[in-house]
Design a protein around this ligand. Structure first.
Ligand code: DGL
Length: 261
């Protein structure tokens, strides 16, 4: 099974992309809904939570891990890779790879939680390959609660997106990375506000491309994974709102099973 974890329900955007690219693969999802959000917490706390999330998935039988949460990927990947002896794919590197491979573009904007933007991970990874690129981060803390309220099309959401993107527009970015699980749900508004000429990179899509590529290059891992199209969804707290967001993202009703960490 491919184990996917996130701070909550937003990581289902990654499951949605994985389902599209790898429809037969068994997926075990864990959303830490009891402790969400991670984006406002300190790196130490997020690292501790990420270790517990990952260990829970391994106990349930995951043979590889996908860190869907941008915040956890930003601050906890190094520790997870040091401690755990399974392949771990995180959500930052694939989006960075996509950004740096576009040789005509030189100015990248990153939007994400405060923890993700403050970590500077996107900038470090981009500059390591393309020192010529300019990178600007913009935390957008209000977007997660707006998505969780289901305010996907509201005028207020458009205004807030516009306000957050304004500084990046002034910098004339030509690439924008959606560095948070929730932002793919606002992609249309974001693209409209930042402008057509800006290439918007959806990190959940980039990640599932990278998982597909990893499995092609690592048949010994691939052959151990179940391919019956089974999907199980565990969360550390179940509420009606989480059920509703899950349905919005996956466009089908799924059973969220409660599990205590
Ligand atoms: N999953 C988080 C991320 O992608 C967003 C929600 C949170 O702050 O926990 O950064």
């Amino acid at each position: 099974m491919i184990g996917v974890f996130d701070s909550g329900i937003g990581g289902l955007t990654v499951v949605r992309a994985l389902k599209h690219h790898l429809p037969d693969y068994d997926i075990l999802y864990f959303g830490d809904t009891a402790r969400t959000p991670y984006g406002t917490k300190s790196p130490e706390t997020v690292i501790q939570y990420a270790i517990e999330d990952a260990e829970m998935l391994l106990q349930k039988g995951a043979q590889m891990l996908v860190v869907a949460c941008n915040t956890a990927s930003s601050v906890a990947t190094v520790t997870l890779k040091e401690r755990l002896d399974v392949p771990i794919l995180e959500v930052i590197s694939p989006a960075v790879k996509m950004a740096v491979s576009d040789s005509k573009r030189t100015c990248v904007g990153i939007i994400g939680t405060r923890a993700t933007v403050n970590s500077g991970v996107y900038e470090d990874k981009i500059k390591a390959v393309r020192p010529d690129m300019k990178v600007y981060g913009q935390p957008c803390p209000l977007l997660v609660p707006l998505v969780e309220e289901g305010w996907l099309e509201k005028g207020e959401t458009r205004k807030i997106v516009k306000k957050y993107l304004h500084p990046l527009k002034l910098k004339q970015i030509d690439i924008l990375i959606l560095g948070c699980t929730h932002y793919p749900l606002l992609k249309k508004i974001i693209q409209a506000k930042i402008g057509k000429r800006v290439k918007v990179i959806d990190s959940s899509e980039a990640l599932s491309d990278s998982v597909t590529d990893f499995l092609r290059r690592n048949p010994h891992v691939d052959s151990r994974l179940g391919k019956t199209g089974t999907r199980q969804f565990y969360v550390s707290d179940v509420t009606e709102q989480f059920q509703r967001i899950a349905k919005t993202i996956l466009k089908t009703t799924v059973t969220l099973e409660h599990i205590r960490l």
